[in-house]
Structures are given as C-alpha cells and as structure tokens.
Design a protein around this ligand. Structure first.
Ligand code: ADP
Ligand code: 5GP
Length: 206
C-alpha cells in the first residue's frame, strides 16, 4: 500500500571493518529502489577506484572542521586516525520524500544518532567469527598489514557495542543477511507509532 505521507526510515548500519557492510549494502540498493545510501565525508585518502562524491566526499582536515563548525554534519567520529561524518542536508531531504536512508557508520557515530534521532533504526552486522573477519579484511587487500591489524584490534571494541543496537544480523551467507535486513525495514515501517496517521485516515474515509 502506498503511503505518501510516511517519512522514510533513518537506518544506522554498523559493524567492524571487513564484516561486509559495503557488500551487503550494494545488494540491498540493487533489490530495494526506495533505499538511499548517505555519502559520508572523510579525511582519509581515497582507495584505488574510489571516486570523490560517489564513495565519499574526500575532504582536507580544514574542510571537515569547517563543515562541523557550520553544524552541517548529522554525526561525526574519529576512526583509526581519520575523521568521518554524515552530511546533514541530503539525509533530511530524502527522508522527507519518503526514501529510507542508510548511514553506514562506525559505533561512535551510531551512538550519536541513537541519541539525537530516537526514531532511527540501528542494525549491527557481525561477522561469523574474528577469524573470518581477518580473512575477509586481508583478502580484500585494500589496506597495509599494520592498518589491518589496527582495524582488527578496533573490531573487538566495536563488537562489544552491538548490544546497544536494535538488531544484530550475521553476515555469513550474503543473500540471507540481505533478506534479514529487508525484513527488518519492512517490519519497522509497519510499527503502529509510524502509522498512527493511518487510523484517522481510515476512519475519515467513509
Ligand atoms: P566492510 O564494508 O564492512 O568493511 P566489505 O563489504 O568491504 O566490508 O567486505 C569485506 C570483504 O569480505 C570483501 O572482500 C567482500 O567481498 C567480502 N565479503 C563480504 N560479505 C561476504 C560474505 N557474506 N561471504 C564472503 N565474503 C564476503
Ligand atoms: P573505511 O575507511 O573502511 O571506508 O571506513 C572505516 C569506518 O568508518 C567504517 O566502520 C565505516 O562504517 C565508518 N564510516 C564511514 N563513514 C562514516 C561516517 O560518516 N560517520 C561515521 N561515524 N563513521 C563512518
């Protein structure tokens, strides 16, 4: 049923580096045309093949701090020596248009969103084990070994934060993981708190 006056969901998706967040999101975006992915700003250098404005907005530290000072970030965090943040404007615009917006962010940012946006839905992606996580990170081959080790060390602290999220999904079988996230989004949209406006609409539509 179409619901033109229902605002889109704000969805936080977190999980340790290598858990498969990007992979899961690519598949979710392919299957669900209503989902938009927020493009973050970062001060880290682009990886090979990454494009400015598509994968991230790659900013200098000064540019990042300027955005922060103008209150243009919905949340931000420092992760493994670099700044990351969510530009506020597009997220609010898309939500108003009824699009579900996903923030793929680490746990400090997740905590900020849970506090500032109590209606946000938070999902934590867990790898099946730390060994699988390490294998995936090394096989991805996008970071030097010292950065991989730093990310694996950070992962242990991040995983402890999963308990604060609304949902935990394990990314073992990719298709299953994506279906589970789709199911979460569907159920969230049907929550009575998000649909209270429908009660009056039905009663008035004699
Ligand atoms: P993240 O965005 O969480 O850092 P990625 O999406 O880059 O993680 O995934 C890390 C690596 O693991 C990639 O090489 C990806 O192809 C692989 N991967 C992701 N999900 C799965 C899965 N369900 N099964 C096997 N490999 C996976
Ligand atoms: P990567 O360098 O691998 O692209 O991202 C490193 C970590 O930063 C990941 O856990 C990713 O989810 C997180 N991240 C990406 N964008 C943002 C953001 O806008 N805000 C926050 N808080 N974390 C982000």
């Amino acid at each position: 049923m179409a619901m033109p006056n229902q605002e889109g969901l704000l969805v936080v998706l977190s999980g340790p580096s290598g858990a498969g967040k990007d992979t899961v999101l690519r598949e979710l975006l392919r299957l669900d045309q209503n989902v938009m992915l927020s493009i973050s700003a970062t001060t880290r250098a682009p990886r090979e093949g990454e494009e400015d404005g598509k994968d991230y907005f790659f900013l200098s530290k000064a540019e990042f701090i300027q955005m922060l000072s103008k209150n243009d970030m919905l949340e931000h965090a420092e992760y493994c020596g670099h700044y990351y943040g969510t530009p506020r404007g597009p997220v609010e615009e898309w939500q108003k248009k009824g699009r579900d917006v996903i923030l793929e962010i680490e746990v400090q940012g997740g905590q900020q969103i849970r506090q500032s946006c109590p209606n946000a839905v938070s999902i934590f992606i867990l790898p099946p084990s730390l060994k699988v996580l390490a294998d995936r990170l090394r096989r991805r081959n996008t970071e030097e070994e010292d950065v991989v080790c730093q990310r694996l060390e950070t992962a242990k602290q991040e995983i402890l934060q999963a308990v604060h999220y609304d949902y935990i999904v394990i990314n073992d079988d990719l298709a299953e993981c994506v279906q589970e996230i789709k199911a979460i989004l569907l159920a969230e949209k049907m929550k009575s708190a998000r649909r209270s406006h429908m009660i009056q609409e039905v009663l008035e539509n004699a």
